[in-house]
Design a protein around this ligand. Structure first.
Ligand SMILES: *[C@@H]1O[C@H](CO)[C@@H](O)[C@H](O)[C@H]1NC(C)=O
Ligand SMILES: *[C@@H]1O[C@H](CO)[C@@H](O)[C@H](O)[C@H]1NC(C)=O
Ligand SMILES: *[C@@H]1O[C@H](CO)[C@@H](O)[C@H](O)[C@H]1NC(C)=O
Length: 310
């Protein structure tokens, strides 16, 4: 009998550390659920902590070991909740001090509409999508990402499979389709949900990764030329069947003028008419040869100086 009573008394205790901080919000939620009523609130709003056992009457509230005071129904209101309010609260019978309920308060924001981008960096194998949420919701937020291709009964649907915490990809693509793909990304947390729909035609979102392995070499005997060589991006699966064209930009190390040439359908190029004896900084970008989609970002820069008389 005595043993049962002890268990009943201890069970409501909440194990969240009193000053658990925003950075760890979400940690241990699973473990806490059985011991205290987990409550989520929105930062900067009025958050109301209710005491179920008070049956409409007043209750005494404590936070950790500290007495907060006596609050009538509906409960303890925090007018402008901030991260400092997160933690473990309890309400007690006004006369006996018996614990009526314990509440673990977590604060954050409902998810906003995610900013979603999708690109075919490995055309025509896959579409890669990534997203950001601003502001960060701070609470554990789940994402459901799906895609649809086609209308109504004829639609093909599937999961956009997660490739990272905030990225996903899907394959099995239909090239040159005049029907848009639509990606549906839904962010869900205890305070709400938000869905972003992104429609696109596959060929319009082709965007290779930047070219790789750019090398700049002098050409013996040539004081005004530089030889440039590079490789297609490693993520572009079939450069033989879906060739790329390349744009080159270069600048003198000390100079302010940047010149751009191209595009050219080749992975090497001889820059002519460059300033003799001067260091030049070069970058290359790639685009699908048929001009679909967008240019890649610029590659990592490489530098070189034309040949000089020994
Ligand atoms: C709410 O609190 C934040 C900081 O915690 C403060 O910047 C803001 O002015 C407060 N708003 C009101 C209405 O008191
Ligand atoms: C793009 O998707 C492919 C195929 O699923 C995956 O292997 C790759 O890691 C993804 N790339 C990025 C940058 O997420
Ligand atoms: C997007 O996905 C969410 C979650 O799966 C779903 O509830 C919603 O209805 C979808 N929206 C559309 C327009 O398909």
């Amino acid at each position: 009998m005595k043993w049962l009573w002890v268990v009943a008394f201890v069970a409501p205790a909440c194990t969240v550390p009193y000053n658990s901080t925003a950075g760890s919000a979400g940690d241990g939620d699973n473990g806490d659920r059985g011991r205290c009523a987990l409550q989520h609130g929105t930062l900067g709003t009025e958050v109301l902590l209710q005491c179920p056992g008070a049956a409409g009457g007043s209750a005494e509230w404590r936070r950790g070991g500290t007495l907060l005071g006596m609050y009538p129904a509906p409960g303890l209101a925090l007018p402008n909740a901030s991260l400092a309010h997160e933690g473990h609260y309890s309400c007690h019978h006004p006369a006996t001090g018996d614990t009526l309920a314990t509440v673990c308060l977590r604060l954050g924001y409902p998810p906003t509409l995610p900013a979603l981008e999708c690109w075919a960096i490995s055309y025509p194998q896959a579409v890669n999508c990534s997203w950001v949420l601003a502001p960060e919701p701070l609470l554990d937020t789940d994402f459901v990402a799906t895609y649809r291709h086609g209308m109504w009964g004829a639609a093909e649907t599937g999961e956009c499979v997660r490739t990272g915490p905030r990225s996903c990809s899907f394959g099995d693509l239909q090239m040159f389709s005049l029907t848009p793909y639509v990606v549906n990304l839904t962010a869900v947390n205890p305070l709400g949900a938000a869905s972003r729909l992104l429609p696109f035609l596959l060929e319009n979102i082709i965007k290779p990764d930047p070219p790789e392995n750019l090398r700049v070499s002098p050409i013996p005997g040539e004081t005004k030329k530089l030889l440039l060589e590079w490789s297609p991006p490693g993520s572009w699966p079939f450069p033989e069947y879906f060739p790329l064209k390349y744009r080159i930009r270069y600048t003198q190390e000390e100079g302010s003028v940047t010149k751009t040439v191209g595009p050219y359908e080749q992975t090497s190029y001889t820059l002519t008419g460059v300033q003799p004896g001067t260091l030049h900084r070069i970058q290359v970008a790639a685009k699908d040869l048929t001009d679909s989609g967008e240019f890649s970002a610029w590659s990592l820069p490489a530098s070189g100086t034309p040949w000089t008389e020994p």
